[in-house]
Design a protein around this ligand. Structure first.
Ligand code: A3P
Length: 292
């Protein structure tokens, strides 16, 4: 299946047809989660791959073997991708499943399930910059165009995978209601990787000793992941991901948006953010003045 130029519109959201079909999206909505499942949820470019690596390492007590021999899409497949149906059943327990779907699409499938859900979020200014650069290299995504155009589309919520604002509000609104939901930010992973590993491992009831935590941290550092072909996307053929146009493991920095945004773009973004995030009770680390 190539379908590099195809787009699937589902429930008002567009998805790359290279990875999604109407059937695969329908199947995701009815997915029979098991109570032992670990579900990594994120809006694209929020640190999904990083959390996949962290969870793999935690589950293996810091032993990097699996993370160095099995590609991330095979050990933690995306629920909504067309290849997942065949793959998910072959995973050993606990299964690690990844998804970019908004909460309202998965609410029914998750209702009553004890599956542990980890929601990863990131400063949307860094998300949009990372997503823009990824559009330049991913031949299954629309033309990136100018950064200003891309920023407008992102703020309108009409990029592939839908509105960042709806995604974050939908999932974080469940933080009180779902006891099996953990929120981890890219920024806290960046500022305190060890602390994030301990937080995630205790949520997964997989306690680690200090050496194991240190080993996890070593193998999920930016440099280690950049050099690991099982996680850095270099196994993806050039016609799908044009590696001459960028790297998946690009910068890995908090606040890289400052290198891209003009003062005017920042002011506009802040105005839209303030308006759209009204009613969202979660305090974000990236909301600190230091991150602005
Ligand atoms: P940048 O483009 O800003 O570098 P996702 O996995 O959700 O698609 O997110 C990809 C982003 O996470 C990229 O951001 C990538 O560099 C960053 N990333 C992945 N692993 C990381 C790590 N170990 N440390 C810091 N950033 C990481």
């Amino acid at each position: 299946m190539s379908r590099l130029d195809a787009t699937e519109t589902f429930d008002g959201i567009t998805f790359p047809g290279h990875l999604h079909t109407q059937e695969s999206l329908q199947l995701a909505l009815r997915f029979p989660f098991q109570d032992t499942d670990i579900v990594i949820v994120s809006y694209p470019k929020s640190g999904t791959t990083w959390m996949q690596q962290m969870v793999t390492l935690i589950s293996n007590k810091g032993d990097p073997h699996v993370s160095q021999t099995v590609p991330n899409w095979a050990r933690a497949p995306w629920l909504e991708h067309h290849y997942s149906a065949a793959l998910v059943d072959t995973l050993s327990r606990p299964r690690v499943i990844t998804t970019h779907l908004p909460h309202h699409m998965l609410a029914r499938a998750l209702r009553g399930s004890k599956a542990r859900v980890i929601y990863v979020s990131r400063n949307p200014k860094d998300v949009v910059v990372s997503f823009y650069h990824f559009h330049k290299m991913a031949n299954f995504l629309p033309e990136a165009g100018s950064f200003q155009d891309f920023l407008n589309t992102f703020l309108e919520g009409t990029v592939h995978f839908g509105s960042w604002f709806d995604h974050i509000k939908g999932w974080t609104s469940q933080l009180g209601a779902m006891t099996n939901l953990l929120h981890v930010t890219y920024e806290e992973m960046s500022m305190d990787c060890q602390g994030s590993i301990v937080k995630v491992s205790s949520f997964l009831q997989c306690p680690l000793v200090e050496d194991e935590v240190n080993s996890c941290a070593r193998h999920c550092s930016f440099s280690s992941m950049r050099d690991n072909s099982m996680i850095n996307c270099t196994l993806i053929p050039h016609e799908i991901l044009d590696h001459s146009k960028g790297s998946f493991m690009r910068r890995g920095k908090v606040g890289d948006w400052r290198n891209m945004f003009t003062e005017e773009q920042n002011e506009h973004f802040e105005r839209v953010l303030m308006g759209k995030m009204q009613g969202c009770s979660v305090e974000f680390v990236w909301g600190d003045a230091a991150q602005r």
